[in-house]
Design a protein. Structure first.
Length: 462
């Protein structure tokens, strides 16, 4: 059996043939099981050395809300890449885009099919959703904030805001939300209520052609690497995620933040059990307190709905060798590397701080990539051990955790991280690959045309 021990203090190692855990020593019933150097749960019965460790003999230790103490730890950064530039589209507000697309953003789901028809006719990209009307309070504002983030996204050289005319989130109301982020550039953003035109399709095509002409005035130019903002995501994790793909993404995060760039870690429920690693890397006490609130408020969300906080991992995670949420989380947070946590954002907020940010939101793949996009991420690094074709509105680079997945789902996977198991250093290769995507190379989600959104919903629908 070919075993890999992650930390010298671990009680278990990973079988490199299966991704599942094997006991390195006898473990008594009730004793904590150590992996990554931290408890991933406790033994529910005596476990013998060499025995398979999984759902039949390991259970979570997770509880509801906790109290935390700020214990700052030394943080490190990646090698300096001062002076590095990438080719991107400078925007008038000082931001950059790594794409120069035309986006159709609906104010309401009623015009989804019109948006799809306009997209097919013009080459603009549309992102359908069911909301924008019949929502109350926080859900309505959440929809508006996410749509605002998409309208303002710098990868879009032009945007058609497509409304119906009678919805709660009608264009006049939505403009008030847009204007909170600053004046609207009417060359870049056009508005259309479908009810206002005899031929709404012809009017939509006319406006999109105007937007395409405006976007054509932008050209790629050398810009500082520090302008790049990258989202960090995992989905369909397996026992290799915390050994290969997630640490590789963490290395990229450290390289980018050391160069003055920005990375964003979300999926708050998949921080449960590993949250203190992030809390102790917070740049100051205020950021620590925001991180505590991030964790405990999301636990409140679970308990308010009568759910336990540890209702995770998924069936696919378990099939891939992950047993408890602590184990999943300890692998998940490695995507954030080792640099300081500089800010904590709420769902629908926009990035303002360079460095590693935490973003409120669930682990659900489609919701999370939408959340990262709306926050302003130019692209997303998405590790997966089970495989998924999912794509965000922005380039979504799939990093395979194991070679079998990369081999058999090459139409989904962009980068194979499995050679790390054999001791290969892929940091430079991966960094260069990501930069090539930033400069225009298409990952599989763009090649396949897989771009979609989903908006988080909590409350009543009328």
């Amino acid at each position: 059996m070919n075993l890999h021990q992650i930390n010298p203090d671990d009680f278990v190692a990973t079988d490199l043939d299966t991704g599942h855990k094997v006991a390195l020593r006898d473990i008594a019933a009730g004793e904590n099981v150590i992996k990554y150097g931290f408890p991933i749960g406790h033994a529910t019965r005596d476990i013998k050395k060499g025995e398979h460790v999984h759902t039949d003999n390991l259970a979570t230790n997770l509880k509801e809300k906790l109290e935390y103490e700020y214990c700052p730890t030394a943080v490190s950064s990646g090698p300096q890449r001062d002076g590095t530039t990438i080719l991107a589209y400078p925007r008038a507000n000082g931001d950059i885009g790594i794409r120069n697309d035309i986006w159709i953003i609906n104010t309401v789901g009623c015009v989804n099919k019109l948006a799809e028809k306009l997209s097919a006719a013009t080459g603009a990209f549309c992102f359908t959703h069911p909301y924008g009307c019949s929502q109350l309070g926080g859900d309505h504002l959440t929809t508006q904030k996410i749509l605002r983030g998409l309208v303002n996204h710098p990868n879009a050289g032009g945007v058609l805001v497509l409304g119906l005319g009678c919805e709660n989130n009608n264009i006049n109301e939505f403009k008030k939300i847009l204007e909170q982020a600053g004046p609207i550039n009417t060359d870049r953003v056009k508005f259309m209520n479908a009810q206002d035109y005899d031929d709404e399709f012809a009017q939509g095509v006319k406006l999109i052609k105007e937007l395409q002409s405006y976007a054509a005035t932008f050209k790629r130019e050398p810009v500082p690497l520090s302008k790049l903002k990258v989202g960090l995501k995992c989905g369909g994790s397996d026992g290799f995620s915390g050994i290969t793909a997630n640490p590789l993404i963490g290395q990229f995060s450290d390289l980018l933040t050391a160069a003055g760039g920005t990375t964003v870690l979300t999926e708050v429920p998949e921080m449960f059990g590993a949250e203190t690693l992030l809390m102790n890397r917070c740049k100051d006490r205020a950021t620590f307190e925001k991180t505590v609130a991030l964790i405990n408020n999301f636990k409140d969300y679970f308990t308010k709905h009568g759910q336990v906080v540890y209702e995770n991992p998924s069936p696919g995670n378990k099939a891939g060798g992950i047993t408890t949420l602590e184990e999943k989380s300890l692998g998940c947070v490695q995507k954030g590397g080792t640099s300081a946590v500089v800010d904590v954002l709420d769902y629908g907020d926009t990035l303002t701080q360079h460095g590693l940010n935490l973003l409120n939101g669930p682990g659900n793949d489609i919701v999370a990539v939408t959340n990262l996009t709306a926050a302003g991420c130019h692209l997303i690094l998405f590790s997966t051990g089970r495989g998924t074709p999912l794509g965000a509105p922005v380039p979504t680079i799939k990093v395979g955790t194991n070679h079998n997945l990369a081999l058999h789902k090459s139409n989904w996977i962009d980068f194979d991280a499995s050679p790390i198991i054999e001791g290969k250093n892929l940091s430079d290769d991966f960094f260069n690959f990501v930069i090539s995507v930033a400069e225009g190379a298409q990952p599989k989600n763009e090649i396949n045309g897989y771009r979609e959104i989903a908006i988080f919903k909590e409350g009543v629908t009328l």
